[in-house]
Design a protein around this ligand. Structure first.
Ligand SMILES: Nc1ncnc2c1ncn2[C@@H]1O[C@H](COP(=O)(O)OP(=O)(O)OP(=O)(O)O)[C@@H](O)[C@H]1O
Ligand SMILES: [Mg+2]
Length: 366
């Protein structure tokens, strides 16, 4: 079998496919290689196959095709108690009839760890999540955030090398989520654990991860560090899914000097960087971030193409201004500007010219 991965891979999906009904593939040709200690997030819309991938990695589901390896060994050949995988799931509830300490003791007993060792490990794990004084409580006597901390402690208590988390913070309010996001990444890095994390919250994915795998339709659409994913989306799906984005459609008029001139459907010309287009005549969807749009002509190169725009709405957001424009016949073009002392506040009805650096505008698949 061709080796598509490097030798120091700790977790590997090698051409993995999964079908539940023998007909439809919910995971299609998945290749993924993670080094030890990496925090990788699977991000994607509902039904895109994220949980299925975690379940296969945990050994609860088997791949229909392909191989999943942990530290070089096929997961199928490792008995469950030797897999050393900790798990935290949104609905992977704590055992309600057991105390916190008993919940944590369980995975240790399964692994035949002696009583005094167990007590030490439980104490360490609870202290790590700042729940040292809750050992005697039952889950029903804890808040949602505290329960999730205990679930995390239970996943870490037997010192797994790999931890899988499926939307562990999904049920919590925003502030608690943010606190726990920070705690989880800190703990993972401190302990050197490899983490596969699943979420459909893109901010969570971007802020927590070393790399993010964007899933859609059973495939990884792009796998990259957060900044690269945001700044260099490789296709229209990723550009739309990650962050706010303006999209304009048209046809490539020419490609010259590494840049494309795109004729929008309304006839206007713009400059873009060709990503998924290679020649004149191809249809494309161009993608430009709101904060990269410029309306101060002095900051644009003199030969840059510009577009006429009408200001529809100005929203003061404190740190930034968010202005909605009508551009090339569309009413949803958004620009964002920093609230600096000299920043102009645009007014509805105002006519402006907008432009950008061609490097900031990506000509993607139509
Ligand atoms: N046990 C199962 N039997 C049959 N089909 C299943 C099973 N589990 C999942 N599926 C189907 O497989 C596809 C992928 O589901 P999966 O749970 O992996 O998606 P997901 O990306 O985790 O979605 P969500 O964000 O909603 O949790 C879906 O179409 C789902 O209906
Ligand atoms: Mg899921």
């Amino acid at each position: 079998m061709a080796d598509t991965t490097s030798n120091d891979a700790f977790v590997e999906f090698d051409r993995v496919q999964k079908s539940y009904d023998g007909e439809n593939l919910v995971v299609k040709d998945l290749n993924l290689s993670m080094p030890k200690g990496e925090f990788l997030t699977m991000l994607g819309p509902s039904g895109s196959g994220k949980t299925t991938c975690l379940m296969m990695l945990a050994g609860f589901e088997t791949a229909t095709h392909g191989d999943i390896r942990l530290d070089g060994k096929s997961i199928n050949d490792i008995p469950p108690h030797k897999r050393g995988i900790g798990m935290v799931f949104q609905n992977y509830a704590l055992f309600p009839h057991m105390t916190v300490a008993e919940n944590l003791s369980f995975p240790l007993e399964v692994r035949k760890i002696g009583k005094s060792d167990r007590e030490d490990k439980i104490k360490t794990a609870l202290d790590r999540v700042q729940m040292g004084s809750f050992a005697g409580r039952r889950p029903a006597q804890l808040s949602g955030g505290q329960q999730q901390r205990i679930a995390l402690a239970r996943a870490l208590v037997f010192e797994p090398e790999l931890v899988l988390m499926d939307e562990p913070l999904g049920a919590l309010d925003k502030q608690l989520r943010e606190t726990l996001q920070f705690e989880i990444t800190n703990l993972a890095h401190e302990l050197g654990i490899t983490v596969v994390y699943v979420t459909h919250d893109q901010t969570e994915a971007l802020t927590m991860s070393d790399r993010v795998a964007v899933f859609d339709d059973g495939r990884i659409q792009q796998l990259a560090p957060p900044d690269k994913l945001y700044e260099e989306p490789e296709n229209s799906f990723v550009a739309q899914f990650i962050g706010e984005n303006n999209t304009l459609e048209g046809v490539v008029k020419e490609i010259k000097g590494g840049y494309a001139v795109v004729e929008l459907d309304g006839g206007a010309l713009i400059d873009a960087k060709p990503i998924n287009v290679s020649k004149a005549g191809e249809r494309t969807r161009v993608s430009i971030r709101p904060e990269r749009v410029e309306y101060n002509k002095e900051r644009l190169s003199p030969d840059a193409h510009t577009l006429k725009a009408e200001v529809l709405e100005f929203i003061y957001m404190g740190d930034i201004f968010r202005t909605r424009l009508r551009v090339a016949g569309k009413d949803d073009f958004v620009i964002k500007t920093r609230n600096a002392p000299d920043q102009v506040r645009l007014k509805p009805g105002q006519q402006i010219d907008i432009g950008w650096l061609p490097d900031d505008c990506r000509a993607l698949d139509a």
